[in-house]
Write a protein that binds this ligand. Structure first.
Ligand SMILES: [Zn+2]
Ligand SMILES: [Zn+2]
Length: 331
């Protein structure tokens, strides 16, 4: 069921509603607040399709119906999700930095970021978000409409969403590896990537502290592949690719944000994900990149740096030198 159908199923609740537009009568009391809209959807006729929606699906539909403007709804959704999730995820790391108990898990324990440093970084990241990312966010809905990225309810099956997100993780990691490696090449490093390496001992907020060119080119790995995927679903129907939903894309971006913030956190816990899932990069992997300025170019996984011999840190260097020596002796 799409938003139109949902709105139609709610038709009896609102006088003067035209199914020709998502716009419902915004003066109707039940749709004047987002909570009222959600309540109205939840209290809809139990025999209608709308009653089978989950709470998240109802909230999603309520957002679009209440906003009454899809471009604004998608734009604001992306902007608010980015800001809330990024800074919301940074906050626990900021608090942990102020609690000495956690020092035993700090990867570089003598380098606790100063409040002044974090404040400067915070201001720069906010500025970058507004300047670099605001416009693409506002143009995103027309692009979604062109590519057939769905905003309908119900959402796709969980396994479809999980498979698409897993694919985006792998593609982004590959893009990130090569683009990041290129950014460590002479002039690119000097004029672009050096800004991100200001902090040799990173902290959560530093994840998106970067030159605008870097934000855009590495950001392609996060947003560009879903766009290409959606293009393929529309252009090549014979591939039978499941349609991409905007909710899936939102979940993917949130997970990628969490990955980026956590990898800059500077903390390695016994319960960190890579202890259970060894392919996962985690904070230690990226902390070493900031510490040694070289190697560990991938974002989410460890396998590319391992396979391509670019692991950073002293132990990896010893192994690399030993292999080179063995190779030379074998000749
Ligand atoms: Zn780097
Ligand atoms: Zn970094």
């Amino acid at each position: 069921m799409n938003i139109f159908q949902l709105a139609s199923s709610l038709h009896y609740l609102v006088e003067g509603f035209s199914p020709a537009a998502i716009a419902l009568n915004s003066t109707a009391e039940s749709f004047s607040t987002i909570y009222g809209t959600l309540k109205t959807i939840s209290e809809t006729d139990p025999t209608s399709a709308a009653s089978a929606l989950s709470l998240v699906e109802r909230a999603w539909a309520a957002w679009y119906i209440w906003m009454n403007n899809d471009v604004l709804a998608t734009g604001l959704l992306f902007f608010l999700t980015h800001e809330l999730m990024y800074f919301g995820r940074c906050l626990p790391w900021y608090i942990i930095d102020h609690i000495p108990y956690f020092r035993k898990w700090k990867i570089q324990p003598n380098k606790i970021p100063l409040d002044k440093e974090q404040w400067e970084c915070f201001k720069a990241v906010i500025k970058s978000h507004l300047l670099v990312e605001a416009l693409p966010i506002w143009l995103f809905h027309p692009l979604c409409a062109t590519l057939g990225i769905s905003i309908d309810v119900p959402f796709p099956a969980l396994k479809v969403m999980a498979a698409q997100i897993a694919l985006f993780f792998v593609l982004e990691d590959n893009w990130h590896y090569w683009a990041h490696r290129l950014f460590h090449y002479g002039p690119f490093y000097k004029h672009i990537h050096k800004q991100h390496h200001k902090y040799a001992a990173p902290f959560g907020l530093a994840a998106e502290y970067a030159h605008p060119i870097e934000v855009m080119s590495l950001g392609f790995g996060t947003v560009g592949f879903p766009i290409i995927y959606a293009y393929c679903t529309k252009q090549y129907p014979q591939l039978n690719l499941p349609v991409l939903h905007l909710f899936t894309l939102t979940v993917w971006i949130v997970l990628r944000l969490f990955q980026a913030v956590d990898s800059h956190s500077g903390y390695e816990f016994p319960w960190s994900l890579h202890h259970f899932f060894p392919l996962w990069a985690g904070a230690e992997h990226h902390d070493d990149h900031h510490h040694f300025f070289i190697g560990n170019y991938a974002s989410s996984f460890r396998y590319l740096d391992y396979l391509l011999g670019t692991e950073s840190g002293i132990p990896a260097n010893i192994v690399r030198e030993r292999k080179m020596r063995q190779k030379a002796e074998a000749k």
